[in-house]
Write a protein that binds this ligand. Structure first.
Ligand SMILES: [Zn+2]
Length: 463
């Protein structure tokens, strides 16, 4: 039986190892791996190239309204378009419940918009901020519908869920077989730091980092672990920015706690010194937890290599400069929107920091950007592997270098915090569900990613 597509002569890399072989695709799935596979309708020459599973981004904010009422600059269309250009073929965004809202309704709404707009396959997490009334029953329903994880926040007045309510959510998630993703920063320390900076008239961007201190992070991480350990839930620590917080995760894991630890590319490449500037220049670099220093970056790189950090997600939080600075240059750190865009450059950023300039090899790279994020969302080995039967979501990876310019990206944010930085490694060909959607770095005419391809992605229920 012939194939729909054969990728010839590539160096196949997944988290399990490296194989030099052809890869045959039939009906959107990997059908065979071997030498000199037979005829195909279409062929891709991968000689001298790495062929890896498409990236899985388990933490992205798309088409979402923040607690302050800001709508993300990227919806499911522009976000998924941007993702696939960077070699990510699966994204898992959030349906956000704000207080008083129905969990069921926000998930149905997000899935409806995703069905119309997503150009690549996707899962869906749900943010829970209010677990009173019918919420527990609704969480059971959306768990049955296949959501990937439940997310809670330990800080932010309009989002935080602590103490008994957080334990209730963790127990429910445990019973439904779902991890609980936690934004783990201690609210008491963040609020105290913020108020103290405001009282002192220290209103610049650097004060954001003072209030979201390292201690606030490790204290929040310790609480998240303690909550999960108490009830036997799986805790997914989002966007960990310091080695000491990872040490807590590693120690908990050694005690048998089920911990998933995530970091993000911006904590591996960008520095806190970017905040010591006027607000208009610093705003693109504001995120929570904040950027840290060189020792943190090298400490995180080491823990990517040891496996203490499980995965690298973008935490793509796309806000325009107008949203970042609602009062223009006079916006204070307490008023500015927090979050960095990064969905498109995630693979290139990690490759540069951790493979080209760091201790990782390509199997580590695939483990961090594809295999482990897929596992965390209950999508492995359908996504994140090169197993026979897996979805044919594939990337031909090239080691060449390039200089980042926002005008060449495909998001809707208007800037990138990585402008002018030289990166090494990028996708040249991207295959989604067996279809070549990007070739030689360019959208394939007629079959590529343009507006007519909205809605081609499929929802992936957690397995
Ligand atoms: Zn986030």
């Amino acid at each position: 039986m012939s194939f729909d597509l054969v990728i010839r002569g590539g160096r196949l890399v997944d988290a399990g190892g490296v194989t030099d072989a052809d890869l045959g695709i039939r009906d959107g799935r990997i059908a065979e791996i071997g030498l000199e596979l037979g005829a195909a309708v279409h062929e891709v020459d991968a000689a001298g190239r790495f062929v890896i599973p498409g990236g899985v981004d388990s933490h992205v904010h798309l088409g979402q309204v923040s607690s302050k009422g800001d709508v993300t600059a990227d919806d499911f269309w522009t976000g998924s378009r941007s993702a696939v250009h960077g070699g990510t073929t699966t994204v898992v965004p959030f349906a956000a419940q704000h207080r008083g809202m129905s969990i069921r309704a926000v998930v149905d709404d997000a899935l409806g918009r995703a069905r119309e707009q997503m150009t690549i396959d996707y899962g869906m997490h749900v943010i829970v901020t209010d677990f009173d009334g019918p919420a527990a029953g609704e969480l059971a329903q959306v768990a049955g519908a296949g959501i990937g994880a439940v997310k809670i926040y330990l800080t932010y007045d309009r989002l935080k869920l602590t103490g008994a309510a957080a334990l209730e959510v963790m127990m429910a998630a445990r019973d439904h077989g779902l991890p609980v993703m936690v934004h783990a920063e201690a609210d008491s320390l963040v609020a105290w730091g913020r108020d103290r900076q405001v009282e002192a008239g220290e209103l610049g961007a650097a004060s954001h980092a003072v209030s979201h201190s390292r201690a606030a992070e490790w204290s929040g991480v310790a609480e998240a672990i303690a909550l999960a350990e108490t009830v036997g839930a799986t805790v997914y620590l989002a966007h960990v920015s310091t080695p000491e917080a990872i040490e807590l995760a590693a120690a908990a894991r050694a005690r048998g706690v089920d911990v998933i630890a995530e970091t993000c590319p911006h904590y591996l490449l960008l520095d806190e010194a970017t905040l010591d500037r006027p607000m208009e220049q610093a705003a693109p670099f504001l995120c929570s937890p904040p950027l840290r220093g060189p020792a943190d970056r090298s400490g995180l790189l080491e823990r990517l290599a040891t496996g203490d950090i499980d995965l690298v997600a973008s935490d793509h939080s796309p806000y325009t400069m107008a949203q970042k600075l609602p009062k223009g240059a006079g916006t204070t750190f307490a008023e500015a929107a927090n979050g960095l865009p990064g969905i498109e450059l995630r693979l290139s950023l990690l490759h540069t920091a951790a493979v080209t300039d760091g201790p990782l090899d390509m199997t580590d790279f695939v483990r961090l950007v594809a295999a482990n994020p897929a596992k965390a969302c209950g999508l492995f080995p359908r996504k994140g592997s090169l197993d026979i039967g897996a979805d044919a979501d594939l990337v031909l990876w090239d080691d060449s270098s390039f200089v980042v310019g926002w005008t060449e990206l495909h998001d809707n944010v208007g800037y990138t915090p990585y402008e002018g930085i030289e990166l090494t490694g990028r996708p040249t060909t991207v295959i989604s569900a067996g279809e070549v959607v990007i070739s030689a770095g360019e959208v394939v005419v007629g079959a590529g990613i343009d507006r007519t391809r909205q809605g081609r992605g499929s929802f992936l229920a957690r397995q």
